[in-house]
Design a protein around this ligand. Structure first.
Ligand code: ADP
Ligand code: ADP
Length: 219
């Protein structure tokens, strides 16, 4: 479960990007965050990921404050950002180096099977299509079993057909005991198809200072 309490960010140059954000997202829930360019989506994501410090308030994961990058929170960016010199399996196992080798190997195999890429385990990132690379990035983020997974525009660099396939796969993946998923996207249709709940980040008139509107849950 992810809780944002009075979360706010003012940059050093005085830009107030977010203020007073209050939000609770349950385990297994898919929350989409949509909004126009400059409304604070990247800022919100960086705060939740612990990549940047809030000016006010707190990010809590299962009640525990998160102030820096943390194994409880996984992130997937628009580009897969795989380690180019590591195989697919090594990429997925990267966050599992603390586990015994046999357990790590089993976890890597299970995650790759889940995204339909078991047969690509030995390939290098440059031998993958964009859609495959993004599936590996998702498997790598899920392997350490985070409580919250953040996806930042995860499919927007892909062609329409690949994007539809991955959206479908993600929806099927998100059943049973899954973490909280926060999907940042400018694609309203993607939000409507995938999310249980959609929040709209809306700059206040006359200044950059986003507030959250919560849209109706889907029927
Ligand atoms: P989005 O991801 O929705 O495009 P951002 O979170 O990147 O929005 O930006 C929100 C606002 O904060 C914008 O006005 C942007 O220019 C500003 N901003 C973002 N990062 C910084 C920064 N490092 N320093 C100053 N202003 C920033
Ligand atoms: P995105 O496409 O993810 O919304 P942006 O293109 O808005 O990202 O911003 C890219 C990077 O530049 C982000 O790390 C953001 O914080 C930073 N940035 C955005 N606006 C500003 C700004 N006005 N001053 C400084 N950094 C900024």
């Amino acid at each position: 479960m992810l809780t944002l309490r009075n979360l706010g960010k003012t940059y050093e140059d005085g830009t107030r990007a977010l203020s007073g954000i209050e939000l609770q997202v349950e385990a297994g829930e898919i929350l989409a965050v949509v909004g126009g360019s400059g409304c604070g989506k990247s800022t919100l994501l960086r705060l939740i990921a612990g990549l940047d410090r809030p000016t006010t308030g707190q990010v809590l994961v299962d009640g525990e404050p998160v102030a820096e990058p943390h194994p409880l929170v996984g992130v997937v960016f628009q580009e897969a950002r795989l380690f180019p010199w590591l195989s697919v399996a090594e990429n997925v196992g990267f966050g599992l180096r603390h586990l015994p080798a046999s357990e790590r190997a089993a976890r890597v195999t299970a995650e790759l099977e889940r995204v339909g890429l078991a047969s690509a385990a030995g390939r290098l990132p440059r031998e993958l299509s964009g859609g495959m690379a993004q599936r590996v990035a998702i498997a790598r983020a899920l392997a350490p079993r985070p409580r919250v997974l953040l996806l930042d525009e995860p499919f927007s660099a892909l062609d329409a057909l690949t994007r539809a396939g991955l959206q479908d796969q993600l929806a099927r993946l998100w059943t049973g005991d899954r973490p909280t998923l926060v999907l940042v996207t400018h694609d309203i249709e993607e939000a409507a198809v995938l999310a249980d709940r959609v929040v709209v980040l809306r700059p206040r008139p006359g200044r950059v200072d986003a507030v959250i509107d919560i849209a109706l849950p889907r029927p």
